[in-house]
Design a protein around this ligand. Sequence first.
Ligand code: NAD
Length: 356
Amino acid sequence: MEALIGVLPGDGIGGEVIAEAVGALDAVAALGGHRFEFRHGLIGGAAIDATGRAFPEDTRQLSREADAVLLGAVGGPKWSDPDASERPEQGLLDLRAAMGVYANVRPVRTHPALFDASPLKAERLEGVDLVVVRELTGGIYFGEKHRAVDRASDLCSYERSEIERLLRTGGRMAMERRRKITSVDKANVLETSRLWRRVADGLLPAEFPDVVLEHLLVDAAAMHLLSRPRDFDVIVTENMFGDILTDEASMLVGSLGMLPSASLNDRGGGLYEPIHGSAPDIAGLGVANPCGTILSAAMLLRHSLGLDAEARRVETAVYRVLESGVRTRDLATPGTPAATTRQMGEAIRHQIAAAR
Ligand code: NAD
């Protein structure tokens, strides 16, 4: 298999974690049978500095040509002036819109090796295996925005078709898993949520009759994610709720640095990125956890290149390394030595080469 992979490190720790994910893909290619060409592009603050635009034309072109795109993270204090005409985060929203990646798939799977890194009790974490399917190109993040001195507004709107295609992604995913969908909304208050619930009630039982459907209000879902996380299989939800709930869910796994994501369109293309941001507080220190980005590279192998065995090999390598006790600072027990980003990446590369 030959593939062109667009690589967009972005800002802050983006470059540090992306280097290790590219290394993991190189280790897969070194096993033989595949050739990956990596083409780098600018996005976010780095792109603003170099070109004045957060999503330059060259990057748009690259996102069109590539078989898949691997992204680090964007943003940072240098570009956080609320009055700036160009903001890094807008580059990310534009990239997602340009690629049409409307379904953001965020798996959350706990692992016994990391139980001690979670603030929750181990018995709550045993066997948690859920996936959040978050709508990514609509809702309040994309609605019309206004800000005056004393008044501001963000419009939240959804078309039926945007909800339907997201629900279908969730339905297909549930059919390959434990056949349960939790649709999360705020239907007691929001009109968009009432539409969401009505569309879910119409479409899911009709098209996926074997899937059990439940509804939860987002505030209750935030609580149930911590009190009974094992009960969830597939969670489908709108853009902002999914954004917030998955940061919360990362605490089940042990660190925000552990969670990968795949953003998918209907053309088999995809954008792969960890769920965390650019972590300016640790940028440049070489301590960031690269696992979420490396696991995102595994999702790239699976979803965009159809290389399921190779994806599993990368995932197994990550967990074997964690089981062996190698940890970055976010996961290490305070007072014990922690691996650097580079050392963690190297250990995973060796494991990919060694695993049978
Ligand atoms: P963040 O996710 O960058 O960091 C939150 C906390 O988690 C920080 O303490 C950070 O050190 C830690 N953390 C995050 N990733 C880590 C990793 N891989 N290893 C170890 N620790 C990690 O969120 P924030 O601080 O709220 O935002 C910082 C910047 O990132 C902002 O400009 C924000 O807009 C941007 N952001 C970008 C994305 C994205 O690019 N997809 C997502 C969220 C936030």
